[in-house]
Design a protein around this ligand. Structure first.
Ligand code: G1P
Ligand code: ZN
Length: 539
């Protein structure tokens, strides 16, 4: 029943910031998935006795890819696969299953927050036994293997019924279909004060959670409505759809429009939250109020002792270099470790495993803790609800009090999309070459105190990673430039701006950042090189 099939390599199977991410049509090419998955298996080596978790966010091609992977896993001698019912598993739930059951790793079929459908994107994230995405050394080895692959193994069996819970055997390999939600809920109950949050809802607190027609719908329904008692209908867009109902499942002010409009209306609920396609990103809103992810990380960290699981103390906190420095001030005040890492969740994993950090986050709507090795969208929302339940304060009040205590980092990200790769690479190379000459330069009231590439030395495995270019000003303001590593075509230049204020706490971010924006555009020659006067997406 095991077939060995000849194949020819693709040259574009290099993993980016978060796994392999491509246009669905690319992934649908003959043997594309097979080549990639076989390359992973080849790099892992001996698969006997190994168990992996498998599931996805339900997007278009999830059902086809999952059948291929099951049949290939069996043919390659994997002992067991744990699979989410109907092929569904959120990224955080998958990480939890790896850690809880001490599995060897897993596969999440998702392009995260990218749109789905035949004309959208598809992707595969490969996690190892850490519960997090494999390190760059492994993804490099896998990429190398994809370039040389000449055959793959697959079992010639009919498609497997993934709807029935329980165990079955496929081509000699055990598979166990599990409820994707159950273990995750148990974990959340252990971390947070569910009875306090239940009381909050019983006393009339209202929320709207937008699952964006993606994987978190069933998780959110069970947790917020059924267990915590939020009123029926609090979870919207709750049924995962292959094309996410046409939504771009990225929880930010632009793509989660429906929720944002509701929260900025006079009759909004008290709390608004959204997750992305695979459930690892989150957005937090109050009545007519938005919390930036950078502030959210700082606020959660500052309030760790309100949460049962963290009461005894936390190790430290980390953020990606592009994220605002707000959490750094909190770390200093609490005298805990503080780390800045390259963009991509995998860089947090070593810090968590070595007990250097408990919390971490990215400006791109990612927040999480060492309970798993991925960011966790529902976790972040429960954290906020727990703080609100204990303090009795609103989202806005909590945030404003935080600014009063620590000052405010005005922060925005500007994305220049669809640039040709050559233009983008040249822009970054020329900018990097120019950085030394910028040191000490003045731009109006802004004085550059340091201009350098961001280089991360991992304190655990001593690896070195370069990611982005940073310009620091003497007043604490910063510009960070980097190219996206998650796009499925062309290049996206991201420009991150930050300005620190201790007195002017209630200004419009764009107003506060407009001078730094002009400096950022000028220094990198963005308009002349890209033909763009303005960013395509501002978050
Ligand atoms: C983007 C975000 C990054 C995040 C990644 C995966 O990557 O910027 O913070 O880890 O998605 O969710 P980028 O496209 O910038 O490489
Ligand atoms: Zn995601």
């Amino acid at each position: 029943m095991i077939q060995t099939i000849k194949t020819t390599p693709y040259t574009d199977q290099k993993m980016g910031t978060a796994g392999l991410r491509k246009k669905s049509k690319v992934v649908m090419q003959k043997h594309y998935i097979e080549n990639f998955v076989q390359s992973i298996f080849d790099v892992i080596g001996d698969l006997k006795g190994k168990t992996y978790v498998l599931g996805g966010d339900g997007r278009f091609y999830n059902d086809i890819a999952i059948q291929k992977i099951i049949k290939m896993a069996a043919a390659n001698g994997i002992s067991k696969l744990v699979i989410g019912q109907n092929g569904f598993l959120s990224t955080p739930a998958s990480s939890n299953i790896i850690l809880k059951n001490k599995l060897d790793g897993g596969f999440v079929l998702s392009a995260s927050h990218n749109p789905g459908g035949e004309n959208g994107d598809f992707g595969i994230k490969y996690a190892n036994q850490s519960g997090g995405q494999c390190p760059s050394s492994t993804s490099d080895a896998i990429y190398k293997r994809t370039l040389a692959i000449s055959e793959f193994k697959i079992c010639d069996v009919p498609d497997i019924d993934l709807s029935k819970l329980g165990k079955q055997t496929v081509c000699g390999m055990e598979i166990e279909i599990i409820d994707p939600v159950e273990d995750y809920v148990e974990m959340m109950e252990r971390i947070f004060d569910f009875s306090a949050i239940k009381k909050l809802f019983a006393n009339g607190f209202t929320m709207c959670f937008d699952a964006m027609n993606a994987v978190t719908g069933p998780y959110a329904k069970r947790i917020f409505e059924e267990i915590l008692g939020a009123s029926k209908g609090s979870v919207v867009n709750a049924v995962p759809l292959p094309d996410f109902g046409g939504l771009h499942p990225d929880p930010n002010l632009i793509y989660a429009k429906e929720l944002v409009n509701l929260m900025y209306s006079d009759k909004s609920p008290d709390f608004g939250g959204a997750n992305d396609g695979d459930g690892d990103r989150n957005m937090i809103l109050g009545h007519k109020f938005f919390v930036t992810p950078s502030d959210s990380l700082a606020i959660l960290t500052d309030n760790f002792d309100l949460i049962p699981a963290y009461k005894a103390g936390i190790f430290g906190v980390a953020k990606s270099a592009a994220t605002s420095t707000a959490v750094g001030r909190v770390a200093k005040a609490h005298n805990i470790g503080y780390y800045e890492v390259p963009t991509g969740w995998k860089y947090f994993v070593n810090l968590m495993d070595s007990k250097r950090i408990t919390f971490c986050g990215e400006e791109s709507f990612g927040t999480g803790s060492a309970h798993i090795r991925e960011k966790d969208g529902i976790w972040a929302i429960l954290f906020w609800l727990n703080i609100i339940a204990v303090t009795g304060k609103s989202v806005e009040q909590i945030t404003r009090e935080h600014w009063q205590k620590y000052g405010r980092s005005y922060y925005m990200r500007f994305d220049f999309e669809g640039i040709s790769t050559d233009v983008a690479d040249q822009l970054m190379a020329d900018l990097e070459a120019k950085l030394p000459s910028l040191n000490g330069k003045d731009y109006g009231i802004y004085h550059i105190s340091e201009a350098a590439p961001f280089v991360y030395h991992d304190p655990v495995d001593n690896s070195e990673t370069k990611n982005g270019l940073i310009i620091k000003f003497s007043d604490g303001s910063r510009i960070v430039y980097r190219l996206s590593g998650t796009g499925s075509s062309g290049a996206t230049l991201r420009v991150y701006l930050e300005k620190y204020e201790t007195k002017k706490l209630n200004e419009e971010p764009l107003e506060m950042l407009k001078d730094i924006l002009a400096i950022a555009m000028e220094i990198a020659e963005v308009p002349s090189r890209t033909g763009k006067q303005k960013a395509d997406v501002i978050t």
